[in-house]
Design a protein around this ligand. Sequence first.
Ligand code: NAD
Ligand code: IPM
Ligand code: MN
Length: 360
Amino acid sequence: MKVHKIAVIPGDGIGPEVIDEGVKVLQRIAELDGSFTFEFDYFPWGCEYYAKNGKMMDDNGLDILKNYDAIYLGAVGFPGVPDHISLWDLLLKIRKGFDQYVNLRPIKLLNGIPNALSNVPRENIDMLFIRENTEGEYAGAGDWLNKGREDEIALQTGVFTRKGVERIIRYAFEEARKQGKSLTSISKGNAMQYSMVFWDQIFEEVANEYPDVKIDSYLVDAASMLLIKDPKRFEIVVTTNLFGDILTDLGAALAGGLGLAAGANVNPEKTFPSMFEPIHGSAPDIAGQGIANPMATVWSASQILDFFGYEQWGNQVIQAIEKTLVDKKVLTPDLEGSSTTADVGDEIINNLVKIKVESN
Ligand code: NAD
Ligand code: IPM
Ligand code: MN
């Protein structure tokens, strides 16, 4: 029996609430399948841990996590701990420490979710964002000089390396080729005369190796408009760390909100474990009420299944989410329902079992 070891970091706010449902779904799938199991180990790292220990994770946290096949994370950050400390000491530390340079963020409007764009057919909202995940404005490079003085200055340096830009663009071309889809690069070469001109140049260089892949390139401001006006243009998208962060929240709004947006932080070489999470945060405004939507976290469970090579299960999880949405009986308040987080998790599992029975 194949055993997959998963490190679970529920984290802060709604993190533990939604991660419970994702774990439940994965456990049920292992039972239904019978040929593999998951072994879950929990780590209590987050803002409460910080309050007690003065740090977000153990000093040897990355060494501990290194032994796992995947990391499943809820959310990090909560009022009381400055965000830049909580995030840099846990989430960003893992992304960078494990060289998870590919961030896969699907944006797909499932049936059952109202289409926010009345001018656009719903099937046109179906894209995969591939966000560079370790450098750019997230390189951690900068300085804060002359603090408190009139000539105070803060520098946040965007760092773009040939290795970093080339590998993410190449990954995106491979994915576009594999899926037979177009690839769109989003950058900002008109204002950023170093980093984004460099990015655009590498995009063109790598494109020469993939004459079979249809390409497009947009400035990030125009792309933001086109994502709303004409989302059909976007199939596979490759973009920088910061632009990818912002645009995927915009994308989430097209696909039903943050409660439905998942992300995989992948180290393709498998030198280190990859990490799977919803892209939303700890949602302090609704934390502790049991009403957070777990669908994004369950969607990221489907990314775990794909990652381990169980694509059929990955697809069936999405189908089970979609059936839950179409039935409209069990939904959380963000989707105009009145059910709890746990009810939605249970309903997804019920639907998964039905889909499994039908597919046999
Ligand atoms: P957020 O994503 O936590 O919440 C934004 C809005 O979306 C809130 O109104 C929230 O209620 C709603 N929302 C988010 N997830 C939801 C869900 N599953 N179901 C229903 N509604 C949901 O963003 P924020 O408020 O800007 O940030 C809160 C904290 O989370 C901050 O500390 C921030 O730094 C952190 N954060 C962490 C991550 C992460 O861990 N990956 C991502 C984003 C923000
Ligand atoms: C995300 C989040 C993180 C990011 C924050 C919490 C550091 O917004 O995963 O989208 O900016 O990458
Ligand atoms: Mn974000």
